[in-house]
Design a protein around this ligand. Sequence first.
Ligand SMILES: Cc1cc2nc3c(=O)[nH]c(=O)nc-3n(C[C@H](O)[C@H](O)[C@H](O)COP(=O)(O)O)c2cc1C
Length: 217
Amino acid sequence: MNRREFIKDMAIVAGGVAGASLLGASVFQAAGTSGGKGKKKMKILVITGSPRKNGNSATLADSFIKGAKEAGHTVERFDAAFKKVHPCIACNSCGMNGPCVFKDDFEFVRKHIVEADCVVFATPMYYFGISAQLKAVIDRFYAINGSIHVPKKAVLLMTYANTAASEAVPIKSHYDVLLKYLGWTDAGQVIAPGVWPVGAVKGTKYPEQAYQLGRKI
Ligand SMILES: Cc1cc2nc3c(=O)[nH]c(=O)nc-3n(C[C@H](O)[C@H](O)[C@H](O)COP(=O)(O)O)c2cc1C
């Protein structure tokens, strides 16, 4: 896909999403999951975005991974905040599907995301958006854009301190538009409001929801 098509696709996607009611979305959903014996064993790539070791979104990721592994899936994990991922500099050397000028830890994502059946995004809310660490990884999708427009499942795990559901809309909207553009399908979301310090999510229902989502995906 060249850049003109990328921009055109983005315009179509943005138009389709405008007016959609995101406030009504359920906080926990396991859409399209089948569960049970005999279901396909998947390769799952979990990308986390928090710089807090054992933080709230990492706790949701841990719980999801526990459930997914128990269900027999193979899980790879990329903790972006503890890796070297240079921000995209828009040099276009990759041509949207080729080698990147930066030979850094993104090569791990490149390898595992192409073969993944499911990609999990785990992030804290930072000023109503995803963390910069996760965004840097997503922006580097530019170099593999031509290889990841294939059907995959996706999951969103997100934690934030405030409690207003409306404040989660920008991240959910970003996730929805990204999936639509890539042709991926939402397989479930765990959105955990009201958790600020490290460990706050542990006393809530959300780790169990993430665990069950991992088991049933
Ligand atoms: C830089 C920064 C920005 C934040 N922005 C928001 C925000 O916009 N809304 C909110 O409710 N919480 C915000 N928070 C709180 C975090 O989203 C919350 O503590 C979250 O649970 C952290 O997840 P983690 O432990 O996985 O890092 C912010 C925290 C930091 C450090």
